[in-house]
Write a protein that binds this ligand. Structure first.
Ligand code: CA
Length: 223
């Protein structure tokens, strides 16, 4: 199972790709805006990004360019227009690992996805085995947490929430971002489930590890 970010503003295509990937046992997340896509891709939570070119906010070339210049090596498959050789060349020169001309059959895309996910060197660099922030350590293989060497029991949801926080220390994460990652992007945004789980993590990690940033979200602090 791989976490795959689908960046596509055309809902019909996005849901067709997401549905297909889910049927293959993967965990897709869809965003339709270039800026949001860059934020998501930079979280380090994804094994692969499928990136459309024509997007609101930033276009796919700009997303790719910023992603690579900020040091991310996550594999990227760019969706290009079938008749545009320029798009394809620009994408590959800009650091894309592969491209998929539109329109495409799902099987064609899936073959490229499989190929990219099979490259162990990239997968290993995209996903570390441990995350350490201050005195908090998360072991991503055993899904266990430690505070100053002491093991702390976390539920699967708590661990997933702790994971996104420790991947982004010192950064404000919105409720929507946290919901998307831990509960799936179609979860009711009016729900207070994020606040409840932040409360659980504060009890386990110490109240000062997660600050509330009014009107914006939450921030994980190194101690
Ligand atoms: Ca588009």
């Amino acid at each position: 199972m791989a976490a795959i970010l689908i960046v596509e503003d055309e809902e019909r295509i996005a849901s067709f790709v997401a549905k297909g990937l889910r049927a293959e046992g993967h965990q897709p997340t869809v965003v339709g805006d270039g800026r949001q896509a860059l934020d998501e891709a930079m979280t380090g939570l994804y094994d692969l990004v499928i990136l459309d070119i024509g997007l609101p906010g930033l276009d796919g070339f700009e997303v790719l360019d910023q992603l690579r210049s900020q040091g991310s090596r996550v594999p990227v498959i760019v969706l290009t227009a079938r008749d545009s050789v320029t798009d394809t060349v620009t994408a590959l020169e800009g650091g894309a690992d592969d491209y998929m001309p539109k329109p495409f059959r799902f099987a064609e895309l899936l073959a490229r996805v499989r190929l990219r996910l099979r490259q162990p060197e990239q997968a290993a660099s995209a996903r570390p085995e441990h995350l350490v922030v201050g005195d908090v350590l998360l072991d991503l293989r055993t899904r266990q947490a430690e505070i100053s060497g002491r093991v702390v029991e976390l539920s699967a949801r708590e661990f997933a929430l702790a994971e996104i926080f420790t991947l982004n220390p010192g950064q404000v994460l919105s409720r929507e971002q946290l919901l998307d990652h831990v509960w799936g992007y179609d979860f009711d945004p009016g729900s207070n489930v994020v606040d409840v789980y932040v409360g659980y993590l504060r009890k386990k990690f110490g109240a000062d590890t997660i600050s509330t940033v009014r009107g914006m979200g939450y921030r994980f602090n190194a101690r």
